[in-house]
Ligand binder design. Structure first.
Ligand code: GLC
Length: 538
């Protein structure tokens, strides 16, 4: 059971550089993060996913890595990272490091040497062509921004492949020496005692091995899993693998590969269900998700550090979500997503904000929160692309938002200081003092989830009601569990639960929105109301 800790964990994703700045240079740092571990422990998170903190020109939020084996000096030192890991562990919080193996920054010494000299030992670490037209089609993550995934480098005299930005040349992971280097990098961080990795663009690692004709294209991911669990039995790989559902079992690989898969398909269907005010998209997707093997789990989220990616919806469904939550082109990104945070999409409607997080916490699957979600931070659409949602954490109403004492330095110009989501209106300090605040609700909901291991460990049961707007599910484990009802409609609903005959008890879970009667043949929910009820012995 201990080794399945992640099934009942709450993961909190943060970027060190936007969290807390301790030395006043305008960049968040490890020292600042260390000072907030007590807060994270108070909130109740079990695991931190640290976005890349390595030396980087910082053109893609640090996902453009220029050196894999140390910490960006603006953020701190390796020693501070190690201290963070120790002090987090001492509070029962595990640390996951974001491992970006699909590409490097174009400022990585490997790429520089590869461009400078065709005979460099690093040349084949990257993927080159003289003629992009003769190459098989390659996916490009930013189709509206970049015409081609191939860019010509004058010095190199060839085109290089980049599935993301042109400043992020793709690594040729089929290259044996490079693959050894990548495993070494993983070992380097594992030796620091971390609890595993968030694996960036994991599906591309597999695709590239496939394209190179490798008979075992999952081997790199499997190796990472083995390296991690050899070092620490409870280590996990949290993978970004946005693949067709048919491929999912290969990524779980019976517990030998990705421990947790970020659940992209659930995410976009949560928003579709909200837009339509209908349970059907949720029911459909949850019916279709492959059941993870015993040792694995879905990692559920509503928003992350990127755009809300709607690519897995049909054109009509996507238009519906755009129409409901992002009418203006400025709110959208790459023709497929929404670059807003939740409260801005839901027009600050606390009922709907609670509804969406109540769904997240009541479904089996490990919930992943992004920093600032717990206080309902907003976004800044004047910032380009995904930067809109990567603004500094709002700790207080003080100038600098408690993020930094720097005046207009580093990242402080990106603080949201004005408007409905400015730090004077939305900040942690004020919310901690207010028992009715969002952060206190999120904390209580995390506590409720912790008291209900049946959610993470149990079997999901979907059942019907006679209202299409009500999503009803139960999680059952060892004869006990919870049933939850979510009213996606803007009108109150009174309904009957069908096909679920357990006797439901109101144990006053702190996350109840406290509406209506308990009788499952006549449940009442307010507009956007929700309710969790218990059944069985506990
Ligand atoms: C992942 C990250 C994203 C980054 C990309 C390239 O999708 O979530 O932020 O831009 O990888 O590393």
């Amino acid at each position: 059971m201990e080794d399945l800790w992640y099934k009942n964990a709450v993961i909190y994703c943060l970027a060190v550089e936007t969290f807390v700045d301790s030395d006043g240079d305008g960049f968040g740092d490890f020292e600042g993060l260390l000072g907030q571990l007590d807060y994270l422990s108070w909130l109740g998170v079990d695991c931190l996913w640290l976005e890349p903190f390595f030396p980087s020109p910082w053109n893609d939020h640090g996902y453009d890595v220029a050196d894999y084996r140390t910490v960006d000096p603006r953020l701190g030192t390796l020693e501070q990272f190690e201290r963070l890991n120790r002090e987090a562990e001492a509070r029962g919080i595990r640390v996951l490091v974001d491992l970006v193996l699909n590409h490097t920054s174009d400022e990585h010494p490997w790429f520089k040497s590869a461009c400078a000299d065709r005979s460099s030992e690093h040349r084949d670490y990257y993927m080159w062509t003289d003629d992009p037209a003769s190459e098989p089609p390659q996916p490009n993550a930013f189709p509206t921004r970049q015409a081609s995934p191939w860019t010509y480098d004058e010095q190199a005299g060839q085109y290089y492949l980049h599935r993301f930005y042109s400043h992020e040349p793709d690594l040729n992971v089929a290259h044996p020496e490079l693959a050894d280097e990548l495993r070494d990098i993983a070992r380097f961080w594992l030796e620091r005692g971390i609890a595993g990795f968030r694996v960036d663009a994991a599906h591309f690692l597999v695709q590239k091995l496939e394209q190179s004709g490798d008979p075992d294209p999952h081997r790199l991911l499997r190796d990472l899993h083995r390296l991690a669990t050899d070092r620490r039995a409870d280590a996990v790989l949290l993978a970004e693998a946005d693949v067709d559902l048919g491929q999912v079992p290969d990524f779980f690989a019976g517990g030998q590969e990705c421990t947790l898969l970020l659940n992209f398909v659930l995410d976009c269907n949560i928003f579709l269900a909200l837009a339509r005010q209908e349970a059907e998209p949720l029911r459909r997707v949850l019916h279709s998700l492959p059941e993870p093997p015993e040792a694995c789990q879905w990692a559920n989220f509503v928003r992350n550090q990127d755009e809300l990616n709607l690519a897995r919806l049909s054109d009509e469904e996507r238009d519906h979500v755009f129409d409901a939550f992002a009418r203006s082109p400025k709110e959208r990104a790459f023709g497929r997503g929404i670059r807003r945070r939740v409260p801005a999409m839901l027009r600050g409607d606390r009922r709907r904000i609670e509804l969406i997080y109540s769904l997240l916490f009541s479904l089996p699957g490990t919930p992943v929160l992004g920093y600032g979600d717990e206080i309902g931070m907003g976004d800044d659409l004047d910032l380009p692309e995904r930067m809109s949602v990567r603004t500094p954490m709002q700790w207080s109403a003080d100038p600098g938002a408690g993020f930094s004492s720097a005046a207009n330095d580093g990242l402080t110009p990106y603080l949201i200081s004005t408007g409905d989501y400015g730090h004077e209106r939305v900040n942690l300090d004020d919310q901690r003092r207010d028992p009715q605040s969002l952060v206190n609700w999120v904390r209580a909901t995390i506590q409720a989830r912790r008291r209900l291991p049946e959610i993470g460990l149990g079997r999901l049961v979907l059942f019907e009601t006679d209202s299409p707007s009500v999503f009803a599910h139960a999680c059952e484990w060892q004869g006990r569990g919870i049933a939850a009802f979510h009213n996606l409609a803007s009108e109150p609903r009174t309904f009957r639960a069908r096909g679920f005959d357990r006797e439901l008890r109101d144990d006053s879970l702190p996350c109840d929105s406290d509406y209506g009667e308990l009788d499952p043949s006549n449940v009442e929910l307010a507009p956007y109301g929700y309710r969790w009820l218990r059944f069985g012995d506990s």
